[in-house]
Design a protein. Structure first.
Lengths: 415, 508
């Protein structure tokens, strides 16, 4: 193994954020860094759980904190409706509303508009849609999205973009969406009232067309936002295509800015994306699947409702350090067994709360482990161990992951 | 944990003060080795399937300050259709502390466990009881539990306190005198068997709290006589009484002096603090309070104190505050002033209002924590008043100062499960108010339709998620949609300022 690359200049600051690159993997593009936001530092790579309506599905902010989480999401669309902008202004923002002392990231609200409202029409002005209830015409503009996110007071806010599914067949429309997203970024930058205490991230669009993605990267990077997101993915594209887009973008992005791949959450997607040079991820899947009785473990997803767990008195995952699983004689341990989760799955919400704590811990810990491995320059071994644990044998490794990792120097089949 | 000695009296109950002036009210202290000491009068947490609803065991320990919990065997012994022959998993719980009930439910080991047969309140069984045992209601339906089975369960699960089977109907109307007599006879037969079998093992430290039936004294005097004799001949075995009707206390106490000094656990399900005060004055020591969770589910933050606050006004004070009301939407006040609970010290009304309005589960969690804290303060103040002889006067003030009932609450409830209640016929009072009453008038029919769908879909809904868990799951109705639901209307969007309504003149 070669020595970890250390850069002379490894730190960059903007008004409300400092990014410090701590280490780079000598094989892959993986990076370990510290992102300092208005509500404290967070270690990257990071998984961010989604507290859609200012609450992470039944667990208290104190419990969320106990999983190690220091940065989570709220959804602008949901907070815009409930409790609404007026209330957010009166209360003093979303941190104060939910009693969360750490960092928040919000999306733009555009995704929800476009994905549900079939009648939504994206015009140059903004997202136009007919209210599904009474048919009256409504408009969500970049300026309005900024205004809402300013009221929320999130540490990281996202630009309103023209979101298309990556598999959209119309190339001309795809180009229009990409170019419009750039123009909307300019409007967002102009409308953003608190650049000194809230960070606005741009979102790279361009579907699966790598040339278009490159063009978008150039345009977005030129606008020098404090962080950069890769958008439009996780919409049903082939995993091979997903990896190509991520790799294409990270190749062009500056070293000293955080890179956020939106809507990504399955463990293997996280690990591969980190190898491809991405730093931040969010997804509702870990917390949603918890409410269906599913526990994420290093050996895969286990459905606790299955009869085989009815008399399984082991922890949810052996060796896991989360408050549910750690041995009962340890500080803060709850002593939860699979049998107990099975007993109350889909019957008492407490079972879902416990799995939520476990799953969030798992995801955060997966990224924390990747970070440690990058710093120790043992990331390729970490990746291999991860896949070795997850699949019964090498034949079942997904080919997209094998191929993507090969492009950054990891051969999963090499011992 | 205590040593492995052969001390049969693991439990002690000490009467500190029996106020002559304050009627039957009394001050006591209940102690189990290795468990929290309980100053009485007090209350225990009421569980559903082994959990205090909405509160994870770590939060029970950190924020609930409860000394004990009541659990019902019927919550643990269902027979899933495909696995009819399996024995209940809980019986096989390994427990290094020899407290399988705590181990299975992850309940902190400092908390006293009470094990009874039925939930509180219990659903009446159409099958009825037999000479051999009772009928219980599990999450998979009604099933019979024989006295033998129950004894085995108690011995296996080793709760701190066990309540023997009683032949109860769990119906609101009083039983006929014929039925009442049979209740007493059966319960008498069963308790005989109980004492013979349960204490065969000399090491058993389970404290028996024998039922006092909800029938007149004259109907059950023979049974009570047996309890008294048992207490006389074997004082360590009968440790307390499980009282189903508080009005029996004076009779039992005056007839049987040796039963009078036993701690009394209320299975009376009082529905208001007024009733709690009345039962305390009759001599009740420990309460189980279904109204706590009911209030939390209804979005009510209990707000009463003992004694009531001084005031010039003669207006009655409410016993609780409906936190779902929009009047709290920007209030940064705690749920109730001066409350030191976790919910009140770290959050505010605006958040709880938002959570209830958004049907986020955390809303009910925070209310549970607060409501348990209000009750803990209430009982603490009651004990202080008993110590200084002011109980009677303060209880009188309380009755005059507060409204008779806990407010209903307009917020939407969490989903009720099948095992929580069961229709008992046309005249039955609903145990759960329809969750959609808020919208009546506004969108009555639609609300009704949604409610019906929700009922139908019920638990099955969650099952739809693929076992793979890889995002194939369909949102259940109670899930927050990632995308807007059809109930989002332009009025909402505009009022809340999510988007602007396009004005006519702007449209080109």
């Amino acid at each position: 193994m070669s020595i970890v690359q250390r850069m002379a200049s490894n730190k960059a600051s903007s008004a409300a954020l400092t990014f410090e690159l701590v280490a780079k993997c000598s094989t892959t593009r993986a990076r370990a860094s510290i992102l300092t936001l208005p509500h404290g530092p967070v270690n990257l790579p990071i998984f961010m759980p989604v507290a859609t309506q200012a609450s992470l599905k039944g667990i208290t902010p104190e419990q969320l904190e106990s999983t190690g989480c220091r940065l989570c999401l709220n959804n602008t669309y949901h907070l815009g409706l409930k409790p609404g902008q007026e209330v957010l202004d009166a209360v003093g923002g979303a941190h104060k509303l939910q009693g969360w002392k750490h960092n928040l990231l919000t999306d733009s609200g555009g995704f929800q508009m476009v994905s549900l409202l079939k009648l939504a029409k994206v015009t140059e002005e903004g997202v136009r849609f007919l209210s599904p209830h009474d048919g009256s015409p409504m408009l969500l503009t970049p300026e309005h999205s900024m205004s809402l996110q300013n009221s929320i007071g999130s540490d990281i806010m996202m630009q309103l973009d023209d979101v298309l599914v990556t598999t959209h067949p119309d190339k001309a429309r795809m180009r229009e969406a990409m170019e419009r997203s750039v123009r909307w970024l300019d409007r967002c930058i102009k409308a953003h009232k608190n650049p000194d205490r809230q960070n606005l991230f741009c979102i790279i669009q361009g579907g699966l067309d790598l040339e278009m993605r490159r063009e978008c990267c150039r345009e977005m990077v030129a606008r020098d936002t404090p962080g950069i997101a890769i958008g439009g993915l996780s919409g049903g594209e082939a995993k091979d295509d997903f990896c190509k887009v991520v790799a294409t973008c990270t190749e062009m992005l500056p070293d000293l800015k955080p890179r956020y791949v939106m809507g990504i959450g399955y463990p293997e997607d996280l690990v591969v994306s980190v190898a491809l040079g991405a730093d931040m991820f969010d997804c509702v899947w870990p917390t949603r699947t918890a409410r269906f009785g599913n526990a994420i473990t290093k050996h895969g997803v286990l459905n606790m409702k299955k009869e085989q767990y009815a008399k399984d008195f082991g922890p949810i995952e052996d060796g896991c350090g989360c408050p549910c699983c750690r041995p009962v004689d340890q500080e803060g341990a709850i002593g939860v067994t699979r049998a107990f989760v099975h007993h109350n799955s889909a019957k008492e919400t407490v079972a879902a709360h416990l799995l939520t704590i476990h799953n969030v811990w798992y995801q955060l810990h997966l990224m924390g482990g990747a970070r440690d491995a990058i710093i120790a320059d043992k990331f390729p071994a970490y990746v291999k161990e991860f896949f070795n644990n997850l699949y019964p044998d090498r034949k079942s490794y997904p080919s997209w992951a094998v191929n993507a990792l090969k492009t950054v120097g990891i051969d999963l089949f090499e011992s | 944990m205590s040593s492995d000695g052969h001390d049969p009296t693991a439990m002690t109950f000490e009467l500190l003060k029996t106020a002559v002036k304050d009627g039957g009210a009394r001050l006591g202290r209940l102690a189990f080795s290795g468990r929290r000491t309980v100053d009485t009068p007090n209350f225990f947490g009421l569980t559903s399937r082994g959990v205090i609803p909405h509160v994870t065991p770590d939060n029970v320990e950190k924020h609930l300050h409860t000394n004990g919990t009541y659990m019902a065997l019927e919550d643990f012994i269902e027979r899933p259709q495909q696995y009819m022959t399996r024995s209940p998993p809980i019986y096989e719980t390994p427990s290094p502390t020899k407290k399988p009930l705590n181990s299975f439910t992850a309940m902190p080991s400092s908390i006293i466990t009470v094990l009874g047969s039925r939930r509180l309140p219990a659903v009446a069984s159409p099958m009825g009881n037999t000479n051999n045992g009772i009928s219980v209601f599990t999450s998979t339906g009604f099933q019979a539990v024989s006295t033998k089975e129950y004894l085995n369960a108690i011995q296996t699960l080793n709760p701190d306190i066990a309540i023997p089977l009683a032949d109860l109907t769990h119906k609101t109307n009083a039983p006929t005198s014929k039925r009442a007599l049979r209740m007493a006879e059966r319960t008498d037969d069963w308790i005989k068997e109980w004492f013979t079998e349960l204490y065969k093992n000399k090491d058993s430290k389970i404290a028996t709290f024998a039922p006092v039936l909800p029938i007149s004294y004259s109907m059950q005097w023979e049974y009570l006589e047996r309890l008294s004799e048992e207490r006389e001949s074997n004082p360590s075995v009968l440790a307390g009484l499980a009282v189903y009707d508080a009005d029996l206390i004076p009779d039992v106490g005056s007839q049987y002096k040796n039963l009078d000094s036993l701690p009394r656990l209320a299975l009376t399900a009082p529905s208001t603090p007024h009733q709690v005060l009345r039962q305390i004055s009759l001599g009740m020591d420990i309460f189980l309070l279904p109204f706590l969770s009911t209030a939390s589910d209804a979005g009510i933050a209990l707000s009463f104190t003992f004694p009531p606050p001084a005031s010039e006004s003669s207006d009655l004070l409410p016993l609780g505050i409906d936190m779902s009301s929009p009047t709290h939407s920007i209030s940064l006040s705690p749920l109730t002033l001066d409350c030191t609970c976790y919910a009140c010290t770290t959050h505010h009304r605006a958040f709880v209002q938002h959570l209830l309005c958004a049907r986020e589960m955390l809303g009910w969690t925070l209310l549970q924590i607060h409501n348990h804290a209000v009750l803990a303060s209430f009982f603490k103040a009651i004990r202080e008043s008993l110590a200084d002889g002011t109980f009677e006067e303060k209880a009188r003030q309380f009755a005059l100062r507060y409204e008779p009932e806990i407010p209903q609450g307009l917020g939407e409830r969490p989903r009720a499960r099948g095992y929580h209640f069961k229709s008992e016929g046309p005249n039955e009072q609903k145990k759960n108010k329809p969750a959609w009453s808020k919208f009546e008038g506004e969108e009555g029919e639609e609300g009704e339709a949604v409610r019906k769908i929700e009922e139908k879909v019920g638990e099955l809904r969650i099952d739809e998620s693929g076992a793979s868990g890889m995002g194939s799951g369909v949102d259940s109705i109670s899930e927050t949609p990632l995308v807007p639901d059809e109930n989002a209307d332009a009025k909402d969007l505009e009022e809340k300022g999510f988007a602007e309504t396009v004005k006519e003149e702007e449209k080109k």
